[in-house]
Design a protein around this ligand. Structure first.
Ligand code: NAD
Length: 256
């Protein structure tokens, strides 16, 4: 493992690894979006310290849990709605546009990779997307404004699906909820193909998502971890960089 806290040195080493790679893949987490005003889960002051997540089975079983989930969602909505892609998002979009990055596997639900111009074909959202909602029974899609209007008009009661009466949930994957099969298969394929796997802004404690860097390393890819705090995978990585992501990746957003 090479451990780097020197900005220029880390950028040079990352450039070298990208130059040597024939198939590079990025794996992103909430740390990529903190500079955009969206808190992560596990940093001090992160969402985890304020509210424990509501597990999927509790959401489905209890109306009170659904009310609370939507209350939290709308309390955070301004931060999500006003966020714009950061330096890290722009760098990854640029690297993909230049053919230097095959794809991005993201745990994020904020839609900022799409907003930075990454095409759907190059993006895998493992934990869904929080910019809309669906009925868990019949799959009908609902926009957040639709849910919010009914939530507010009823004094904080989560609306049920007018089509089938099922519970309506943000289109994200909660703890205890089945992972999306297509996305898992696509991420698996990309991980098998890559020879460079770059983790960016993830504590790597959420499984099965965190299994992908492990898989990449085991099958012989080089593993890079860009995160300001240590992770359990640092010892097996080829490069670990503990620097602010935006500072580190900013030059990669440029044309050179
Ligand atoms: P996490 O909160 O567990 O870990 C984020 C990591 O990023 C932390 O270790 C932190 O030290 C690091 N970090 C934060 N800002 C950084 C910066 N500017 N530079 C360098 N490092 C930085 O997040 P996770 O591993 O993605 O897992 C949490 C789960 O919650 C995931 O499913 C995630 O998608 C979801 N989540 C998503 C969002 C979002 O979509 N933006 C926000 C919060 C949580």
């Amino acid at each position: 493992m090479i451990f780097d806290t020197d900005l220029k040195g880390a950028q040079a080493r990352l450039t070298e690894l990208l130059d040597q790679a024939s198939c590079a893949v990025a794996f992103t987490g909430a740390g990529l979006s903190t500079e955009c005003g969206i808190p992560d889960f596990r940093s001090p002051g992160g969402l985890w310290t304020q509210n424990k997540p509501i597990p999927f089975d509790v959401f489905v079983a209890h109306k009170a849990a659904r009310n609370e989930a939507w209350r939290r969602k709308f309390a955070m909505e301004e931060a999500f709605a006003s966020a714009r892609p950061g330096r890290g998002h722009r760098a990854l979009a640029r690297l993909h546009g230049r053919g230097r990055l095959k794809g991005i596997i993201t745990q994020n639900i904020d839609g900022l990779h799409q907003a930075s111009g990454v095409p759907d074909a190059a993006l895998i959202e493992l934990h869904g997307n929080g910019t809309y909602a669906t009925c868990l029974e019949c799959g009908t899609r609902y926009e957040l404004e639709w849910v919010k209007a009914r939530f507010e008009a009823s004094g904080g009661s989560a609306p049920d699906c007018p089509e089938c009466g099922g519970p309506i949930k943000a289109a994200t994957i909660s703890f205890g909820q089945a992972m999306p099969e297509t996305e898992m298969a696509r991420a698996d394929e990309l991980t098998r193909q890559c020879d460079l796997f770059i983790v960016i802004g993830s504590s790597l404690v959420v499984f099965p998502a965190a299994g992908f860097p492990l898989k990449a390393k085991k099958k012989g890819a080089r593993l890079v971890i860009l995160n300001r705090e240590p992770t359990d995978f640092d010892d097996m990585a080829d490069l670990v960089v503990r620097i602010e992501i935006g500072d580190l990746l900013a030059p990669f957003a440029q044309d050179a």
